[in-house]
Write a protein that binds this ligand. Structure first.
Ligand code: SF4
Length: 117
């Protein structure tokens, strides 16, 4: 029987994707999104069927969402995040722990209701 669930990228492909994201981020001077943009990205991922909740990774690229969502150079592989213009809204700001904590709490709440991926 064929599964309709999309296969997660291989470990090698995930490492390649993440390394590529890190290089772009470093080359641009490590710009972060604003707190508001970060929260929006986490909220979008939390509602996305591609999110692998057990590992908090994107099922499309395999990247760790809590990190990737901070980087202004990163994009959603499914184009669900609004584009960030670096040097305008993508100025470097410190992303506080409360946003990530809230996201983890929301993730747990969704898991309790059986919303697993
Ligand atoms: S990065 Fe995009 S595709 Fe991946 S989990 Fe987030 S919204 Fe979904």
């Amino acid at each position: 029987m064929m599964s309709e669930q999309k296969k997660q990228p291989s470990m090698g492909q995930m490492l390649k994707n993440f390394a590529s994201e890190v290089v772009e981020y470093a080359k641009a001077g490590a710009p972060h999104v604003s707190e508001k943009q970060y929260n929006y990205r986490l909220k979008t991922c939390n509602e996305c069927p591609s999110l692998k909740r057990a590992s908090m990774r994107c099922g499309e690229c395999g990247c760790m969402i809590e990190h990737k969502a901070k980087w202004a150079t990163s994009n959603c592989p499914s184009k669900k995040w609004p584009q960030v213009i670096i040097g305008k809204d993508g100025k470097k700001v410190k992303v506080g722990r409360p946003a990530a904590k809230k996201w983890r709490r929301d993730k747990k709440d969704n898991t309790k209701t059986g919303d697993k991926t």
